[in-house]
Design a binder for this molecule. Structure first.
Ligand code: F6R
Length: 614
């Protein structure tokens, strides 16, 4: 949710930290702040923070010299306390010696705050975070890491904490429970961040910090312990993408670049997935073949766009494996007491691998004895670490807050997982699996073709910039695509947009249709057993009531021509693969419409890229 950066080394900490924050701003942009330890003369701690986007802080810093080579910085997505200067991080103690930044929620902060106030502390903000600065002030007797360990023992909830102390000027300390925190190993300098993107310009050598661990970071190395002080060992890894992947590369917005990267993202996710003996290759498997054979029920848990990828996956999983599959919004999953046992496979889909709702669903599933398979785009993130098997999508960093390329790679990944399950159960021969993988391998070229023909979609979006409402209809795998089209429009263009199963239209939603309302209809491919003709009837029904119909259909589908006010033709694909092409015009539509309305496409209001609070 929030972006966290820490630095200790020989460079200007301010420059390194602000540069890191720029790369993490997608995690939250309600406010930003930095704390730098300056030891020219007597050591002191300087803090500057500002409400609003990082640019506000940067403006303030132009007139505030902050020398020093140890520092921390934060971009905030507000939870406790409004997004103003006072609630911006870092927060400091009464004596101004310690500064703390935080990602997560400290659930018992009220009781801790009451205790601190009764002991004479004066707290300045409405945040849960500030209590940590004051608790550290009480616990600090020369060893900042020891103080942090002691404070962590007092906290309930999810937290990444990073702190500096005026009297320990050569170190940054951090603690991690549930929210991510990674070390970047440099030469004579080291970094801490909630995402490797913050330090990729300096080093690609990273170390995962485990759950309930504390790190003491110095210029010449780091020490990891658990909360009780016992030594811990982090997993070291090399980040296999470089700085250019996390930059706009000439596009005005990350989202536009990420839409354009979709063919490569799908191709990379598919690469090397067929083993020489015809099996599907997952990335980490801590399950036996027998465990996979025993699966008699699949649940998919995910949020937002990842949930829609799950809805699409259900069709492939049930069709190819004949195993019943349910798809749950992760935040609802454990509260409805689902029936789970060791034969249940829970597939958790999360781009970030750190969405707390999904993580909690995973933990619940494992407590009930179920097996968990994670599909994630973030190597070493929490959800994969908590799972029994992992499939990494290889979309590269996605910086635009709205998910695009990761959606396509999630669909691709779930299909491969479905094939692996079908194979484990003896329902697909190796040649059948290879044929389906081959079909998937054709998709990047088809997505590329769609990208080459979206100019009319852009024109349409500009034309509809003042529309009050847009409806989306689809059936079968087109229904989740309709939901995704509507979500993209809501989050980017702040428009009222709804997706419906087209067959459900006449049971209520058709009352929303009036003269001129744009209705986007995703038409399934034709063929035996296809819903094509029924959806064509739905187009006629809304058109008869004055709707302006925007029809997404196969390029050789002549049946829709009489009823399409606007036709968006996409290449013909097998039924289950259609979402990989039909969703692309909808992404472009939302992106262009938001731009036409003068909105910031990469940082829509009130949102953050990964949601690490429940
Ligand atoms: C929508 C969007 C969100 C995420 C959701 C899950 O464009 O980005 O709906 O899909 O917050 O995030 P992950 O996949 O990181 O768990």
């Amino acid at each position: 949710m929030c972006g966290i950066v820490g630095y200790v080394g020989g460079k200007s900490a301010l420059d390194v930290v602000v540069d890191g924050l720029r790369r993490l701003e997608y995690r939250g942009y309600d406010s930003a702040g930095v704390a730098i330890v300056d030891c020219e003369g007597d050591c002191r701690l300087d803090v500057v923070k500002k409400a609003g986007k990082l640019a506000n802080l940067e403006k303030e810093l132009q007139t505030t010299p902050m020398p020093g080579t140890t520092g921390i910085g934060h971009t905030r997505w507000a939870t406790h306390g409004g997004p103003n200067d006072r609630n911006a991080h870092p927060h400091t103690s009464c004596d101004g010696a310690v500064a703390v930044i935080h990602n997560g929620i400290i659930e018992n902060f009220r009781a801790l705050r009451d205790g601190l106030e009764s002991r004479g502390h004066e707290l300045d903000s409405d945040t849960d975070t500030e209590v940590v600065a004051h608790l550290l002030e009480e616990r600090y007797v020369g060893d900042l890491a020891e103080a942090l360990r002691a404070v962590c023992g007092q906290l309930d909830g999810a937290f990444t904490l990073v702190a500096v102390h005026r009297d320990s000027p050569d170190m940054v300390v951090g603690a991690r429970r549930n929210s991510p925190l990674v070390i970047g190993r440099g030469n004579g300098e080291n970094f801490l961040a909630s995402d490797v993107a913050a330090f990729i310009a300096h080093t690609r050598e990273a170390v995962e910090i485990g759950q309930d661990e504390v790190v003491e970071l110095r210029a010449d190395g780091y020490t990891l312990t658990d909360f009780s002080g016992s030594p811990a060992v982090g997993r070291e890894y090399h980040v296999d993408w470089d700085l250019s992947a996390a930059e706009k590369g000439g596009y005005p917005y990350f989202m536009l670049k990420e839409i354009a990267e979709q063919p490569a993202a799908v191709a990379d996710t598919l690469r090397g997935r067929l083993s020489p003996d015809g099996g599907i290759v997952l990335d980490e498997v801590r399950l036996s073949d027998q465990d996979l054979r025993d699966v008699d029920k699949v649940f998919i848990v995910a949020c937002g766009t990842a949930f829609y990828a799950g809805l699409i996956a259900k069709y492939a999983i049930e069709h190819w494996t004949r195993i019943p599959c349910e798809v749950d919004i992760a935040s609802e999953f454990r509260y409805r007491d689902p029936v789970l046992d060791r034969r249940t496979l829970v597939v958790a889909i999360s781009q970030s691998g750190e969405t707390l709702d999904t993580l909690m669903a995973v933990k619940h599933a494992r407590e009930q004895g179920a097996r968990v398979l994670a599909i994630s785009n973030t190597n070493g993130s929490t959800i994969p670490r908590e799972s029994d098997a992992v499939f990494y999508t290889r979309a590269g960093p996605e910086v635009g807050v709205a998910a695009t390329k990761t959606f396509l790679t999630q669909i691709t990944a779930t299909y491969l997982v479905a094939l692996a399950l079908a194979q484990a159960r003896g329902l697909k021969w190796a040649d059948e699996v290879a044929a389906l993988v081959h079909q998937l391998e054709q998709m990047p070229a088809l997505i590329e073709r769609v990208l080459g023909t979206v100019e009319p979609v852009r024109e349409l979006a500009r034309e509809l910039a003042d529309a009050r409402v847009v409806l989306f209809l689809g059936r079968h795998v087109g229904y989740p695509v309709a939901l995704e089209g509507a979500l993209k429009l809501k989050e980017l263009a702040y428009m009222h947009a709804e997706g419906f199963p087209a067959g459900e239209l006449k049971h209520g939603p058709i009352a929303l249709v009036e003269s001129g309302v744009p209705v986007v209809i995703i038409v399934p491919p034709r063929g035996r057993g296809s819903l094509h003709d029924k959806v064509v009837s739905n187009i006629q029904e809304v058109r008869a009531r004055g709707a302006r119909t925007v029809v997404i259909a196969d390029e050789d589908d002549e049946a829709v021509l009489p009823y399409a006010d606007v036709l968006i033709a996409v290449p013909t694909t097998p039924t289950l693969l259609a979402p990989l092409v039909t969703v692309v015009p909808l992404q472009v539509f939302a992106c262009e419409l938001a731009q036409a309305r003068g909105l910031d496409v990469d940082q829509p209001r009130n949102l953050a890229k990964s949601v690490t609070v429940e």
